[in-house]
Ligand binder design. Structure first.
Ligand SMILES: [Zn+2]
Length: 301
């Protein structure tokens, strides 16, 4: 039986409107819908009067203008960044210029080169946080406090933010309700991603607010399904290798039946991430380094 992921795609919102979605939490969705962003980037505002902005989003004047207009009578004291993809961090610059608030994040974009072909929305190579956060750090304003949870995998610098005393986890792109996460090497790392999912299973958060799509109200079930889905994918890849299918494109063709053509490259990156992990565990080998473009085979079953 294939793993069933309890996807959530019921999402009601209006572009350009900063709306309350839970006590202490408002959200405004940017108009950047795509196969990787669902309806667009959800920028969260935490607190009232003195607030934090989480993931200001893509640098779209309409989005930044609507966010700032919604906060005209308030003071932005923190700009928090879950990770440095171009649909998350670039608007930090405009929000900072307007408010003077410092930016907080794990660090600049890493693990690759500016010239690498972009998967998803690509890296924001220009972002450098004013304040560097580490796993377990607490940050806060007058009426709110967030714990930093380092969750590498989707990117090496990915952070989730747990809003203290609320059961809320802002899960960024690490765990989303509408889709699985893209794990694309070199910055994306399958072993790290799975460890970061396990890390969330050890926590007691009760609702996740991802950057794209609706809240996840049974987060542990969701995380367990994602872990099972990746294990199933790994088993499928090993089966392909056993059948002598050792090229990434051919594995994608076999395993991702009915995938929209626009997502083939992302699927290939995800298979690549699994193969790198399997190679590191000594289960598969390749002709030369484990690139996107080589032959893989099983060495230990
Ligand atoms: Zn992302």
């Amino acid at each position: 039986m294939p793993v069933e992921i309890p996807f959530r795609r019921d999402f009601s919102f209006e572009y350009g409107r900063l709306e309350p979605v839970a006590p202490m939490i408002r959200r405004i969705v940017a108009r950047n819908p795509s196969p990787f962003t669902f309806r667009g980037t959800g920028t969260y505002v935490v607190g009232n009067g003195e607030v934090a902005v989480i993931d200001p989003g893509p640098d779209l004047a309409e989005h930044v203008g609507a966010l700032l207009a919604g906060l005209a009578a308030e003071r932005v004291t923190h700009i928090l960044i879950t990770h440095t993809h171009r649909d998350h961090s670039p608007a930090a610059r405009a929000v900072q210029a307007a408010t003077g608030a410092p930016t907080y994040g794990f660090g600049p974009h890493a693990g690759g080169k500016r010239s690498d072909p972009a998967v998803e929305e690509g890296g924001d190579w220009d972002f450098v946080p004013d304040v560097t956060l580490h796993d377990g750090d607490f940050i806060g304003g007058r009426a709110w406090r967030c714990e930093t949870v380092h969750t590498p995998g989707h990117t090496s610098n990915h952070l989730c933010f747990a809003l203290a005393d609320s059961g809320v986890l802002f899960s960024g792109d690490h765990v989303m309700g509408w889709s699985t996460s893209v794990v694309a090497p070199p910055d994306g790392d399958m072993a790290a991603y799975l460890a970061s999912l396990q890390k969330l299973l050890g926590r007691r958060d009760v609702v996740y607010w991802p950057t794209h799509g609706p809240a996840i109200t049974e987060p542990q079930d969701h995380v367990r399904a994602f872990i099972a889905h990746r294990r199933e994918r790994e088993a499928g890849i090993l089966e392909c290798l056993r059948a002598g299918i050792g090229r990434i494109e051919a594995i994608v063709e076999r395993l991702y039946v009915g995938l929209q053509p626009g997502l083939h490259r992302a699927a290939g990156r995800s298979v690549h991430a699994h193969l790198i992990d399997l190679a590191a565990r000594g289960i598969v080998d390749s002709d030369g380094p484990p690139t996107l473009d080589t032959d893989y085979r099983i060495v230990r079953d």
